[in-house]
Design a protein around this ligand. Structure first.
Ligand SMILES: Cc1cc2nc3c(=O)[nH]c(=O)nc-3n(C[C@H](O)[C@H](O)[C@H](O)COP(=O)(O)OP(=O)(O)OC[C@H]3O[C@@H](n4cnc5c(N)ncnc54)[C@H](O)[C@@H]3O)c2cc1C
Length: 292
């Protein structure tokens, strides 16, 4: 039995993270990393048949995917060909007595499930931000064999995400707001603080889901990834899906009235307080200092 296969998706940024995860696993298990970028027009039947042939030929023990829409479409079916189940949307993997244990979140991140893979190959897809990019990871590049067989799907033009009007990824300062703000009408407090700091406004998912701010201002695993010099998180709990989008921030300031909020674990400065009490004072103090 041979090593780890990282299945990459052409042009998808999560592919680099999958290689990072493969590198970590390779270090733990002493196995080589192989990678494959399936070529040709995508169909679930075509990719499943090609990858099945490759995995059988080389006898890969671990097969890692980025958790993309495409992977969700065909990887469960591929795993089933080997009488295995795909372990999807994994945030962490560790090796215990030679066995991989994968962590995935349940109930919107309230519970962590640890899944012990039984039998090989092990099929895992990795959530965005779960691992760093595998720039330094050396992999043996494989080619997906062309396998004939019935293809029952007819692909349409590839889905493209809408162009974003706001690019938070280059912002140096961000004030990010969470559900603690309670109502859309209270967003003025955030706008004032952001204006005083010369910062962009971002938000957690519930704020964008409610339509209080546009989707393009969402930070996190299903939003934008940001790396500002200053990230001020206001009334935001710090769920893992949010943290993966802002963990590159240099200095994190958190304002939350719950001292046990997970955001404090990643904060450089924490203010355990009611945002409605402290924001006006903070904004006024910043204005005074900056002369804004
Ligand atoms: C597949 C998937 C993808 C997801 N993708 C994303 C994503 O990209 N981005 C994202 O953000 N989330 C994402 N989520 C949702 C995520 O799990 C959390 O539910 C979400 O981040 C919580 O948002 P929040 O922190 O604003 O709200 P909450 O978790 O409700 O936290 C609100 C916080 O405000 C504090 N608070 C309340 N009132 C006050 C006050 N007066 N003063 C000070 N503090 C106060 C509370 O103590 C609490 O900590 C995703 C979930 C799933 C399942």
């Amino acid at each position: 039995m041979s090593g780890i296969l990282a299945v990459l998706e052409a042009g998808h940024k999560l592919s680099a993270e999958t290689l990072g995860a493969a590198g970590m696993l390779a270090g733990e298990l002493g196995l080589a990393v192989h990678s494959v970028e399936p070529e040709g027009e995508y169909t679930a039947d075509g990719y499943t048949a090609g990858l099945e042939a490759l995995i059988r030929e080389k006898g890969f023990r671990y097969v890692l995917f980025p958790h993309t829409y495409q992977v969700r479409d065909y990887a469960p079916k591929l795993a089933t060909r080997f009488e295995r189940a795909l372990i999807p949307d994994v945030t962490r993997m560790r090796v215990e007595q030679g066995q991989v244990i994968a962590t995935r979140q349940l109930f919107q991140g309230k519970l962590n499930a640890e899944i012990r893979a039984v039998g090989e190959p092990v099929f895992v897809s990795l959530q965005a931000g779960a691992y760093g990019v595998g720039d330094g990871v050396e992999s043996i590049v494989e080619k997906m064999p062309e396998v004939g067989g019935e293809v029952r799907q007819r692909p349409e033009a590839r889905f493209r995400e809408a162009q974003r009007a706001v690019d938070l990824s280059t912002a140096q300062r961000i004030v990010s707001v969470g559900r603690g703000i309670q109502e859309r009408e209270n967003l003025g407090l955030i706008e004032d603080l952001a204006a005083a700091l010369g910062a962009e406004i971002a938000a957690s998912r519930p704020i964008c889901d409610n339509g209080w701010l546009p989707m393009e201002r969402q930070v996190g695993s299903s939003g934008q990834t940001v790396a500002p010099r200053l990230y001020v998180a206001v009334g935001l709990s710090g769920a893992i899906q949010h943290l993966v989008g802002m963990k590159g921030a240099k200095t994190v300031v958190a304002i939350n009235r719950d001292e046990n909020a997970p955001i404090f674990e990643v904060a450089d400065y924490g203010l355990c307080a009611d945002l409605f009490e402290v924001l006006p004072e903070l904004t006024a103090a910043i204005r005074a200092v900056r002369g804004a």
